[in-house]
Design a protein. Structure first.
Lengths: 531, 123
């Protein structure tokens, strides 16, 4: 036989596991220090190699650019590596449980992506002749049908680009309806626990925001307080903006009475649909008296959001608001759906208040959302809601003996809200606790929101998580809580310790924001000379 | 000079016909590090309960309400550049605005220092 006698020891040497080398590059193996693209891309080079054109004559009438564009020049592999390295420092629903309350960070099925990339949906242009995009129009119509069916409403404005844009659309429809009735009310009622976008939307439309107190015992709207406000501002109320389930993760049980009181005051009921994921297939907002509600396709119907957007926020409208739906919209025709794009294309009874966007909205999101709906079916959508609520309650029951529930041990909906009472006298704050979760490999939950409870921690596991994943999350949270209660403050006060960047100074960043990038001195790499 | 306190954690010091308004030490402590302050301009007419100023911390943005009716005579513009003052000296240098006192009777609705302390203890 021939034998290779080169030795190849496989066990580690003597330094021991605790030894951490100080590396020359600053990288820690796969944990790479990645500069800004401007800091390593040279401004004087380019990634493409083209000959200078001969006999070049500019034909821009003297408007050609005279200064350098100052974009970094990178070869394709350099650009590729930059973004791949950055992406490895990113936390995403594809990398772990993402319990960010009120955000519904659910899994985005890859089937949706495949459908959105079909050329008939992915490669079309809004200015294409209608005869060439009939399938796309049909798809928008089908999605509209699903949205109206799930919400029990009679019209939907598809074009808004995200939740807050949808709120604006719904409130503009409400304003148009008041104007058409010859009324000009000035006030919008918003409960204390509302998403910040609700009062912002009302204010943007020139309304005065009047806050409704929450009930101390469960954070839901105090119906009596609401009635007092209505009486106090009789005749001057345009709408109420309410989220159900609310931002405490609790169902507004008096929603029918709230709707009745609002309607009796000649006002409209705007529902913030951000938390629709909890009730799809279980309750129809239209049956609850809702006049307008946006639906975050990027939350409830699994289209990507956050950095992966864009979002999409169609708004469903009740009979009373349907005539005011903005352009463009789809009307049922004898020979299939008709796309109405201009005022001239409207018929009697259609009084669009204008338009929210130049074109039809986020086509890619429509395809993804419909793909999700068709692959789940109506029973599957209902089960997704049930599982989302079940998972949130599983987390609640797993943690309620150690953490503190502000409103007692009543069942929550799709998210569970804790306050910071359990951290009292530990020296650990909600912020510290959230940062320590990063060291454990979790994205923190939503913190300090809603504002109606002290040191809020809002956890929304979504239906995407398995029981095993929830068990590990609960066990991790219990370990952190017990650690805080044992007085192990070091684990919290400087956390995160193990992330690529340590705790950032948010205060300094807000007080002294650096808004303009300035080029650093170019870094010279100097090989170490022989000794 | 007499200082009164509101349930919304504003303090108001009255001397002669002029009142100075700010937020209490308890309020700044609850807000955390203050990063932005917007104070009203002189001449602005306020009714009790009106939103008069905005204070933003790393946690949240909050409104500061007028504890009484009156007209703003001066806003503390220095706070715009140095919001940290609100954390350092909330009941002194970091006053928010000065105003006239339209109705002295409204001061009776507010708390004195002892009553405010007792109120804070219940929170």
């Amino acid at each position: 036989m021939s034998m290779n006698t080169q030795g190849r020891p496989t066990s580690a040497g003597e330094a021991g596991e605790a030894f951490r080398p100080k590396t020359f590059t600053g990288n820690r193996a796969l944990d790479m220090e990645e500069p800004l693209i401007f800091e390593f891309g040279r401004l004087d080079v380019t990634g493409v190699d083209l000959d200078e054109p001969e006999d070049f004559v500019a034909e821009l009438g003297g408007n050609e650019r005279k200064d350098a564009l100052e974009l970094p020049g990178l070869a394709e592999p350099e650009a590729m590596r930059h973004y791949v390295r950055l992406s490895r420092n990113n936390y995403a629903i594809d990398s772990g449980l993402y319990p960010l309350g009120s955000c519904t960070m659910k899994h985005n099925p890859r089937l949706n992506e495949k459908m959105a990339r079909l050329p008939g949906f992915g490669d079309i242009h809004p200015l294409q002749p209608l005869s060439t995009v009939k399938g796309a129009v049909e798809l928008i119509d089908q999605l509209s049908h699903w949205l109206m069916t799930l919400t029990g409403t009679s019209a939907v404005a598809m074009s808004p680009k995200a939740g807050a844009h949808g709120e604006l659309c719904g409130m503009m429809a409400i304003k148009a309806a008041h104007t058409a009735a010859g009324r000009d009310p000035k006030i919008v009622l918003v409960p204390e626990s509302a998403h910040g976008t609700n009062p912002a939307t009302a204010a943007l439309l020139g309304y005065k925001v009047v806050s409704i107190d929450a009930k101390d015992e469960d954070g839901t709207v105090d119906l009596e307080a609401l009635k007092r406000k209505i009486a106090e501002h009789a005749g001057d109320i345009a709408a109420i903006m309410l989220t159900n389930p609310n931002t405490c993760g609790l169902f507004e049980r008096e929603i029918i009475e709230i709707a009745a009181a609002i309607h009796a005051a000649d006002a409209y009921f705007y529902c913030d649909g951000a938390n629709f994921n909890a009730i799809v297939g279980k309750a129809r907002p239209g049956d609850l008296g809702v006049d307008a509600m946006h639906i975050n396709l990027h939350k409830t119907f699994s289209t990507p959001h956050g950095g992966g957007g864009p979002g999409s926020g169609p708004v469903v409208l009740s009979d009373r608001l349907a005539p005011f739906a903005p352009l463009p919209f789809i009307r049922k025709g004898e020979n299939g759906p008709v796309l109405v794009e201009t005022e001239a294309g409207t018929v009697e009874g259609e009084k669009p208040f204008g338009r929210m966007t130049a074109f039809h909205g986020q086509m890619g999101m429509y395809v993804r959302a419909l793909s999700y709906m068709l692959s789940h079916g109506s029973d599957g959508l209902r089960q997704a809601s049930e599982d989302a609520v079940l998972n949130a309650n599983y987390v609640r029951v797993g943690l309620q003996d150690l953490m503190s529930l502000p409103f007692g041990e009543r069942p929550c909906m799709h998210e569970v809200l804790f306050d910071d009472t359990f951290l009292k006298d530990t020296g650990v704050t909600t912020l510290d606790f959230a940062k320590a979760m990063i060291d454990e490999g979790y994205h923190p939950m939503t913190m300090y929101f809603p504002l109606v409870v002290h040191g809020a921690m809002l956890i929304e596991p979504t239906e995407s998580e398995s029981r095993a994943a929830l068990d590990l999350f609960i066990a991790t949270m219990r370990d952190l809580v017990l650690s805080a209660k044992r007085g192990e403050t070091a684990r919290f006060s400087g956390a995160p310790y193990l992330s690529p960047r340590r705790r950032l100074d948010e205060t300094k960043a807000a007080r002294n924001p650096v808004l303009k990038w300035t080029a650093p001195e170019p870094a010279e790499v100097t090989p170490v000379a022989a000794e | 000079m007499t200082t009164y306190y509101s349930k919304d954690h504003e303090w108001i010091s009255v001397e002669g016909g002029t009142a100075t308004v700010g937020i209490t030490s308890y309020a700044q402590q609850q807000l955390g590090d203050v990063v932005y302050v917007e104070t009203p301009e002189a001449g602005k007419s306020l009714s009790q309960g009106d939103e008069a100023a905005v204070v933003e911390s790393v946690k949240a943005a909050s409104e500061v309400y007028a504890p009484i009716d009156g007209e703003v005579t001066e806003g503390n513009e220095a706070l715009a550049d140095e919001p940290a003052k609100v954390n350092e000296d909330p009941e002194g240098a970091a006053w928010f605005w000065k105003m006239t006192v339209a109705d002295e009777g409204q001061l009776a609705d507010l708390m004195d220092e002892a009553a405010y302390k007792a109120y804070v203890d219940t929170l």
